[in-house]
Ligand binder design. Structure first.
Ligand code: PHE
Length: 357
């Protein structure tokens, strides 16, 4: 009995985990364990022997059971300790490792453009992206039969059956904001309007939604010279070059007279654009002197006031400045693209901090 006691107490102390301990329990005090077998032998004993061995065996069984229970409690504690020390989690860490978003190039360039024009005294105006065809076309001297309506690949909004009013449109340019601003503030006016516009077109340099910035200055003595100076100042600041050369090419828009498209002298070397040098010209905007009919549509007397206006493609100048080859990628929300071309959230464009990277 002393042998059994030593054997099992030792085995219990050695058991490395709960499964090993359970094996020891079965071998010692299980139904067919050694202690149980010994108990069965009691029947064959004389009453005297039984009186000694019975209580001794019961005491041994109790001792082994309490040793098992103590060892089990110790193993459970140790296992918990082990888990607690290996499975810890620092709940103060940020939830995502790459948790920073980035500023989209369109947003960044919009901020850059706004900072530059703000410095020249232009306020920011806004208008709706869904507009009436009067604001988008008629007020801008584009009557119903005018070919420009077709040329603009307009998206028309569906009217309910039986509603015969002209349909609203997704604005095809930011020019309707000229009219809305003139109506609201009267003359003089000095605003830019950045925002999304829509045309049914899709290829490497066209997407059905893109961005323009409109400019409008109305005052008593505005001329093409003011337009030219303003645009040159803008391009110098935006592309961070001193020697810009702009080419004003005679053109036609219904809402300006005279009208000019403006090209930027540049060169393409190894796929890299250089502004201000070379033999290439890149068209960046449409512009002109505001047509008298447009001033009148905005409630301003064309006999007293004149103005210049321009409309520039924000995405287009973002592609030029930051070397982004395909316009369609701007709007695909591909995280790899956004991480590559996106801007740090704190990298805000300011004139004193510099606009070029
Ligand atoms: N609205 C014209 C366009 O979308 C651009 C423009 C604006 C031209 C203002 C002249 C004056 O192409």
């Amino acid at each position: 009995m002393e042998e059994l006691r030593a054997k099992y107490l030792d085995a219990i102390a050695q058991a490395a985990d709960e499964a090993a301990l359970e094996d020891v329990r079965i071998a010692a005090v299980g139904k067919k364990g050694e202690v149980a077998l010994k108990m069965r032998e009691l029947g064959k004993m004389s009453p005297e022997e039984r009186q000694v061995s019975g209580p001794a065996l019961n005491a041994l069984k109790d001792e082994i059971n309490s040793a098992l229970a103590a060892r089990k409690a110790a193993l459970v504690d140790a296992a918990l300790e082990e888990r607690l020390s290996s499975e810890w989690l620092d709940v103060t860490l940020p939830a995502r490792r790459r948790g920073q978003g980035s500023i989209h190039p369109v947003s960044q360039v919009t901020e850059e453009v706004t900072a530059i024009f703000a410095d020249m005294g232009f306020a920011v105006a806004e208008g709706p992206r869904i507009d009436s065809d009067w604001y988008n076309f008629d007020a801008l001297n584009i009557p119903g039969h005018h070919p420009a309506r077709a040329e603009m690949d307009t998206f028309y909004m569906h009217r309910a059956d039986g509603d015969n009013r002209p349909p609203h449109v997704l604005r095809t340019h930011t020019s309707p904001v000229q009219i809305r601003t003139m109506e609201k503030t009267g003359a003089p006016v000095r605003i830019i309007c950045p925002g999304g516009v829509y045309r049914a077109d899709y290829d490497q340099t066209h997407t059905p939604m893109f961005h323009q910035v409109e400019g409008l200055a109305v005052d008593k003595d505005i001329s093409m010279a003011n337009l030219k100076w303003t645009l040159e100042e803008f391009v110098k600041a935006f592309f961070n070059v001193d020697n810009v050369e702009l080419r004003f090419r005679a053109s036609h828009f219904p809402f300006t007279e005279p009208s000019a498209e403006v090209d930027l002298r540049c060169s393409w070397k190894d796929g890299q654009l250089r502004v201000g040098e070379g033999d290439d010209w890149m068209e960046i905007l449409g512009s002109g002197m505001v047509h008298p009919k447009v001033l009148a549509a905005g409630g301003i007397d064309p006999a007293q006031w004149q103005g210049f206006a321009f409309g520039m493609g924000i995405d287009r100048i973002a592609m030029l400045k930051y070397g982004i080859p395909d316009l369609r990628s701007f709007f695909e929300s591909d995280l790899r693209w956004l991480r590559h071309y996106g801007f740090a959230a704190l990298d805000q464009p300011t004139l004193h901090g510099g606009l070029a990277r």
